[in-house]
Design a protein around this ligand. Structure first.
Ligand code: PEP
Ligand code: MG
Length: 544
């Protein structure tokens, strides 16, 4: 029995045989130098160029299907990931570089695409901007798709095997690392859990696994060479523990704990979220769409702690109009009925870019203030919709007092002008604390906000100086000690000023951290819709 510890991406317990993905992506398609046959004859160059164009077009069509599949299997945010892939594919750089490799480097199409993919991926990986660095995996993913299209085309004798993989038994998938298209292509009925050697909880592949509710642990120091397919594996993604060859007794016990009854949580519907010690906590949901909202309400969320409004600004040629936004916000409020809905104003910039606006380094509220017309339009739509329910708004990625004062004053201006149109306007305005700078200035910020929402995803990255998409989490060494010290300070200061504090971000949905979050004195946890009942059950039964 060999034990390993990794970082949780999506909770759950599974036990089953290993299925090891042994592909070596970096070298999978690159022929050794001595095997490369230069293709200097004009006819051959021309035919490789034709194959390139065909492969690019066919991959584009395949990507369209992946966008649809991702939307159906894992929701709108997931579809967005593949739309970003498409943008890389449709940009001219990939095509032009590949053509140069063929025409001037005399490479065949596979070598040309492989070389272009690696060159572009390395270029992205080296960028300081976290959004751009995260695009390296997207480029690798696309490169792999293009190559598989070329290989299918070359090998007409063996058409694509539609039943490939059907003989693969239910298993624990083990890999060095996974790309988003690996995850979206998984069959949820066969993959009981995922374990990877590399990766972080905030990579696109991890986010997809979470949306598909597949238990997953990353950063597990396994030697894949030493694991045979079929080796029994126990994965406790609640704690990040992975055990190879568990003892027979242990395996029996583990099997019991994976009993589906463990997930029978209907008793938590309608129950109050109160700890064994009698402390009440609001349990809200994080959403990005109407579908998410319906799922959140079905799982008895007490309110919405975070609606990521920026998603209605992405993936379109121009910004949504005031009327379009109004209709989305009104619909959400109508569905929420009397439950509170917290809409975060657009968190654009950073990793969320539009095709119609230039972005520099600014992100979140600073980005909105740089685009005052766009921001005013959103505020107008929010104010108009506010009469349909219990609306609160909050400003994302705050880094200074000036930003909050400017946002408040812009809100005040818009509100003043709309008084006669809407009548009385009562929309609490909060701020998101998700940067170290906001934590440092919290005693002044609380004087200009009506509630606080702590975003642990960004705050963790900022406090520990890590990249949101690529690198491993700090939790193994320090178990988020620094993060919790900062959260405690924010809650204490906010409470002194009479403000309530909510915690959103992926960590808020981790049952093993629930007691620590409650100990900070936070008033609300806001988690993914699928985690509401699990968290309520845990808080009621296991927290004091
Ligand atoms: C966060 O940073 O924790 C958060 C909730 O915001 P997002 O994940 O949308 O950046
Ligand atoms: Mg954030």
């Amino acid at each position: 029995m060999e034990r390993f510890k990794g970082v949780t991406v999506c909770e759950g317990i599974a036990i089953g045989p290993a299925y090891v993905l042994r592909e070596n992506r970096e070298n999978a398609h690159a022929a050794p130098d001595e095997e490369r046959i230069p293709i200097s004859e004009p006819d051959r160059v021309e035919s490789e160029l034709v194959r390139l164009e065909y492969a690019l077009e066919k991959t584009r069509i395949r990507m369209d299907k992946m966008v649809l599949d991702a939307g159906v299997k894992a929701g709108k945010d997931a579809a967005q990931i593949f739309l970003m892939h498409k943008l890389v594919l449709e940009g001219n750089e990939f095509r032009n570089l590949s053509r140069i490799c063929i025409e001037e480097g005399h490479m065949d199409v596979i070598d040309a695409v492989t070389q272009t993919g690696e060159a572009l991926a390395s270029k992205f990986a080296e960028m300081k901007d976290e959004y751009m660095a995260a695009r390296a995996d997207d480029v690798r993913d696309i490169t792999r798709e293009i190559i598989s299209v070329i290989e299918e085309g070359m090998d007409e004798e063996t058409p694509e095997d539609e039943t490939a993989g059907e003989d693969v038994y239910p298993h624990i998938l083990i890999a060095e690392s996974l790309l988003p298209s690996d995850v979206i292509g998984l069959d949820r009925d066969r993959v009981q859990a995922i374990v990877t050697v590399e990766g972080s909880p905030t990579s696109h592949a991890s986010i997809l696994a979470n949306m598909m509710d597949i238990p997953m642990v990353v950063s597990v120091p396994l030697n894949l060479e030493a694991i045979d397919d079929g080796t029994p594996v126990y994965v406790n993604a609640d704690t990040g523990e992975v055990i190879l060859q568990p003892d027979v007794d242990f395996a029996e016990e583990a099997k019991k704990s994976t009993d589906p009854e463990r997930f029978e949580l209907q008793h938590a519907v309608g129950a109050e979220t109160r700890t064994r010690g009698g402390k009440h906590i609001d349990l809200y949901a994080n959403i990005a769409s109407l579908v998410d909202l319906k799922m959140a309400l079905k799982n008895d969320a007490e309110g919405i702690g975070l609606y990521r409004s920026e998603f209605i600004f992405l993936d379109r040629p121009e910004p949504p109009t005031e009327d379009e936004q109004y209709s989305v916000y009104r619909k959400l409020l109508n569905v929420c009925k009397d439950k509170p809905l917290t809409i975060r104003t657009m968190d654009l910039g950073g990793d969320k870019r539009t095709s119609y606006l230039e972005t520099d380094e600014k992100r979140g509220i600073a980005f909105s203030l740089e685009h005052p017309d766009l921001f005013r339009t959103q505020l107008r739509a929010l104010i108009r919709a506010s009469i349909h329910g219990d609306l609160r708004i909050m400003y994302p990625y705050v880094t200074s007092l000036e930003e909050v004062m400017q946002a408040n004053s812009m809100f005040g201006e818009v509100k003043w002008k709309m008084l006669s149109e809407v009548g009385s306007i009562n929309i609490p305005q909060g701020i998101m604390v998700e940067t170290a700078a906001a934590v440092e200035q919290i005693d002044r910020l609380v004087e200009h906000a009506e509630f606080i929402s702590i975003g642990t995803n960004d705050l963790t990255c900022d406090l520990y100086g890590i990249d949101r998409y690529e690198r491993a989490n700090p939790s193994i060494d320090d178990d988020y000690a620094k993060l919790f010290v900062n959260i405690r300070n924010v809650v204490k200061t906010a409470h002194k000023a009479g403000l309530k504090v909510s915690i959103c971000g992926e960590l808020a949905a981790r049952r093993d951290y629930a007691s620590r979050f409650l100990d900070t004195g936070a008033d609300c946890l806001s988690v993914a819709p699928s985690k509401i009942l699990l968290m309520r059950d845990h808080i009621i039964n296991c927290c004091w």
